[in-house]
Design a protein around this ligand. Sequence first.
Ligand SMILES: [Fe+2]
Ligand SMILES: [Zn+2]
Length: 421
Amino acid sequence: MGILSFKSHLFKLSSLLFGNNNLLTSKTFLKSNLLSATYCSGNSLQVQENEHITLPKFLDVHLPNARQTLKLDPTWLRDHCRCPDCYNAVTYQRNNDILKLNEHSTISAHSQSDGLLHVLWCDGHKSIYSIPWLVSNTYEGRCQTQEEETSRIITWDGSMGNITNLEPILHRNALHDDNTLSEIYRRVIHYGFAKIEQVPSTEIDTKMIIERVCRMSRTVFGKFWETGTNFDHMDSGYLNGYLEAHTDNTYFTEAQGFLVFHCTHFNGRGGESFLVDGFHVAKQLKLFDPVAYDYLSKANITAEYIEPGEHFSSGGAILRHDPVSGQLEQIRFNMLDRAPLTSVPQPEVGTFYRHLRTMAMLVRQKENEYWFRLSPGTVMIIDNWRLLHGRNSYEGKRVLRGCYYSRSDFMSKARHYGIIS
Ligand SMILES: [Fe+2]
Ligand SMILES: [Zn+2]
């Protein structure tokens, strides 16, 4: 929500609170109550008007080595004061009162020097801001960062031509070296997966390396699972048939962000695994059929998972985008877990199935499938919001251990290691 629309919402809220429901008086009301963020005395800032309200003045911050200036709303600036009165640097939480923010957002004077912005407010409060901090913590700065991060995501097809020369990550290094851990995060964020080799096959070793990377997440499937030795859950993942490319947990309100596999025993035929880069497929779909891309970014599709005592159900678009940056954030693609299609009116279902088929066709393109064998000793971490996984049917015994990492937990660590912002 932009500042203007935010203020317009705030106005509506204030109208309700103060009983002012006469929209014709909104200009006066806003001027006297909500938009008191005017400057005390002369400066070079401009006032802009539209038909409803007077926009706040903006403070121009001159950026070193850049022609543009950063235009900052005084209310935003006051809200982002990081002095000890306004911000608790121990808990990383704000101390200011949202209801008093506006009356405190009048600037008396400001100056800029040595990479710092100094602001004196009308109530005598003083704020000092680091200009690089201001840049990286505004909408404008953040959009720039997200673009850079997105450009570092390396999509791939089944040939894996662009990522086959990666050095193997060894278990002993991952266990003891933080740089190796950071490299695991880098690979997962950039390529959608990472492998750790030479992991011993005992349960304790599997758990140790899994927990070394990130804390395990507890779901209906437990915290740590093993397939091939039990049939605890009513899911085709626990059986031995062919599994088409899919993402997990489309039926959760928030699908688990990452999954971890460790195949510890295989004695039989078949069972090869494959991955499809959903972001690569999305790129293809956008090029090949932009209307389908747009449709599948908006149409709601519900998935469900039922077992005795449980009934999970959740809806959302197959292609989910970040609401601020508009960047593709998540693929929700699981044809098996689809619930009855109640979200699309009958006259539209033809369109729905046509677009879904187009995407499914791209997912099934052999050229998009990266096939490999999960062999004992390899732990694999897979981005469940980006990659689709599947496997061949098999005969014999195949023991696969694993867990999920929640998106929040894994991304928190990725941020800690400086891989994302
Ligand atoms: Fe799965
Ligand atoms: Zn302050």
